[in-house]
Design a protein around this ligand. Sequence first.
Ligand SMILES: Cc1ncc(COP(=O)(O)O)c(C=O)c1O
Length: 391
Amino acid sequence: MNKQEIIDIETKHTSGVYAKQTLTIVRGQGASLFDVDGVEYLDCSSGHGVANLGHAHQKIAEAIYKQANTLITLFETFPNDKRAELMKKITSLVAGLDKVFLCNSGTESVEAAFKFARISTGRKNIVAAMRAFHGRTYGSLSATYNKKYREGFEPLVPGFSHVAYNNVEALDKAVNEETAAVILEVMQGEGGVYPATAEYIQAARRICDERGALLIVDEIQTGFGRTGRMFAIQHFGVTPDLLVCAKSLAGGVPMGAVLIGHSVKNLTPGVHGSTFGGNPLSCAAAVAALGVMEEEDLPGQAAAKGKYLMDKLKKIESPNIREVRGMGLMIGIEMKQKVAPYIKILQEKKIIALNAGMTVIRLLPPLVITYEQIDHLVDVFTEVLTQEAND
Ligand SMILES: Cc1ncc(COP(=O)(O)O)c(C=O)c1O
């Protein structure tokens, strides 16, 4: 199929819920993506933070191939070698979180965490943060703040409230003896790339402990090395009761997980479940992905490359840039004007970047991006961001 045929078929049959690009991507390698005509692009989006290991990693491909020839599907009531291997590995990542529920996406892991919090505490209320993004199914949508995602879908799930992010006083006022859980991103992604302060995360832990509420951290975007640690919460020496993750967990194969601490009670047979959850194919991919993260020290790479990139971006002198912020290889460049025209120009210059809201350019490159690619990225950004760009 040529480029126009691909676009025509997708335009004709798409549900309509995605703003389609005119770029047709058919192949990836490391931090590069290639269009149908073989033109190379530098991927600074990683499929919204999925491809931490880079595209077409040989070890992931081999693990998927091997497992596909062995056993793809098996309901979690039957124990399985690959699932056992994954459970052992994933529960070793954060001390104190030694149980896991496996599912298939980010939003599903958030839904599961809310159910677990309610059944565990016998309470109904969930406190989330303003600007938070936790997904688009009903429970997670109720915790998501921006009205652009919520409008038209009411009534949402009752019992949810939102308080200012990074504001200890507001959180302290909102959490009480009826709160089942507080849910927080350790660095807000969709909401504009805002890192939490250590003080805030540590206060959230203390407030939850004092009031008998559970602390859920959403590491769906920040997890698996992205911020320079395996999980971003590990920068702050805090252990949550529930940690939700997905995206790069299985190297790009759909998978979500909830890591569960000892304070979570009443998880008995039938309380929750998922047909595809913990299927051997995704588990094999996740075992391989976690292995690569360790062998290639992807958190260490993200820390070093993130610092290198951040330092260079901060040196760009442009009246159009308001702030550069982030952690590891999750970086936001806040502009003084709308970023859509900049993202379009970057794409014309063969760099794929994301927005986070109207005024922030978000960089989530694969953690295997090379220093040469980072230097190239900085050169292009210096050229593009020092110009004014209008619709
Ligand atoms: C912080 C956060 N939570 C939840 C989600 C939802 O994940 P999914 O799209 O896999 O349902 C996302 C997706 O971008 C996210 O960034």
